[in-house]
Design a protein around this ligand. Structure first.
Ligand SMILES: [Zn+2]
Ligand SMILES: [Zn+2]
Length: 144
């Protein structure tokens, strides 16, 4: 049993370290025409490899993604730091219509979720944004 665990840990590390080739670019850029919009970080903050959607840690509704279970295990020691590191440089979505009301956005009313800064129209929409941050971010991106 103990040997098996060591072998399993080694294999996941090896998979992680050996994934530098062409395979790692597959996750980074979703193919055109796909309906699923991945709103997480595509580069593992621990290893620099491409992330996989099933490997993540969560802190206050934000998920930081990693390349492998080994990176997830070490990030679990401090999920808040992992999320902060994954989204250290937020980018403005650039939407001109509020995803909640459809009205023109106000530069002062924006919210940032998983590195995406979404422009909103008013304080009320900022409160509504918190109820479905993934959904509203997606709407803002798709409205552009
Ligand atoms: Zn890894
Ligand atoms: Zn509003």
């Amino acid at each position: 049993m103990r040997n098996f665990l060591i072998i399993a840990a080694f294999c996941s590390f090896a998979a992680c370290a050996g994934n530098k080739g062409s395979e790692s670019s597959d996750n980074a850029a979703p193919a055109a025409g796909t309906t699923t919009l991945f709103l997480g970080n595509t580069t593992c903050a621990t290893s620099g490899h491409a992330t996989k959607p099933e490997n993540f840690v969560e802190h206050e509704g934000q998920r930081a993604y990693f390349c492998c279970s080994k990176c997830v295990a070490s990030a679990n020691a401090d999920p808040a730091a992992a999320v902060a590191k994954a989204y250290a440089n937020p980018t403005a979505v650039g939407n001109t219509a509020c995803p909640i009301s459809g009205k023109d956005v106000n530069a002062d009313d924006s919210m940032t979720w998983q590195g995406h800064t979404v422009a909103l129209c008013c304080g009320r929409c900022k409160k509504s944004f918190a109820s479905d941050r993934a959904g509203h971010t997606k709407t803002a991106i798709e409205s552009k």
